[in-house]
Design a binder for this molecule. Sequence first.
Ligand SMILES: Nc1ncnc2c1ncn2[C@@H]1O[C@H](COP(=O)(O)OP(=O)(O)O)[C@@H](O)[C@H]1O
Ligand SMILES: [Mg+2]
Length: 359
Amino acid sequence: MTDAPLAPGSTIGILGGGQLGRMLSLAASRLGFDVVILDPEDNSPAGRVSRGQIVAAYDDPVALNVFGRVCDVVTFEFENVPASSMERLAEAGARVAPGPVALAVAQDRVDEKTFLNGVGATTVDFVPVETLNDLTAAIETLGCPALLKTRREGYDGKGQVWIKSPKDAAKAFEAIGGRPAILEARADFVRELSIIAARGRDGATAIYPLGENKHAGGVLRTTVAPAEVDVKTERRARAIARAVLDGLDYVGVIGIELFDLGSGKLLVNEIAPRVHNTGHWTQDGCVCDQFEQHIRAVAGWPLGPTAPHARVEMQNLLGDEVDQWAKLAGKADVRLHLYGKAEARPGRKMAHVNKVRPL
Ligand SMILES: Nc1ncnc2c1ncn2[C@@H]1O[C@H](COP(=O)(O)OP(=O)(O)O)[C@@H](O)[C@H]1O
Ligand SMILES: [Mg+2]
């Protein structure tokens, strides 16, 4: 396979048809690419703004063969795509970015933390849990409170239970379906930060300023960026980002969630091998946003600039909060990003707004 940058007119495939895929597709279109989406749900938010969509399961071998043949490069917006699907796509002739290793590491909370600690990025203390006996022992090791999470497939705080006392063990294990899990010590953070970073095919990196995030019930509500952090914290976060990107031989944009323990001490909470909700501020705060940056990286283009030109407060609109769209559209300092989802189920991410202020 040649290493020349992908020419405009080439086809980029995206596994997953949600809002992240939609915004990636829009960015790719602006750079002259065609986009094809693979998602099991017909008429997906991303499919509706793309050249086409293949409606099939992420592990459908026939669909993956077709997808791999029509796409010059395949990426994903959803990290629970089976790693075996990525291998099949590569066999069908598509370049795949980020690679299967990064995907596999980020899919399993134990592998993820083990990898992070291995590249010098500190995490909370943790213990893998397979059985109720393991959990009881893990609680003794880590103490309470501690957070029990499924190893795989959790998102937006799903598959997580706080354990406040050792007698909660059986109930908590049942609540997560008795699945393979991880018990995490509680991080006593003063705030949550994240850093969005990219690595190109040539190993060059581009790192955005930190964002400060507020969650409610495990779901992101707001990001303010650039976050007000001291030089030491910024430097440490950037070093973590570079270590993670190089350690995974990564190509594309990654989101790294951090716990700020104060006085410049950072722990990594988790990594997301894709564009990230806490990076949406870049759409209105940077010349090259995270979506264009990801497309540039996977297409082998030079990475774009990451310097901010505005201070942005990003707010997610969940469920029927999206009904405020008309009022928000009338505000001069607000940019509205709607995902085109028909049904505003409670808690569902429907849109976000970027409130833009001068730096
Ligand atoms: N070990 C921990 N200590 C304290 N808070 C935590 C811990 N792990 C997660 N949280 C809180 O829960 C949120 C969601 O957890 P996270 O691991 O990021 O799961 P998800 O994959 O659902 O985003 C975090 O943003 C943070 O607010
Ligand atoms: Mg998270």
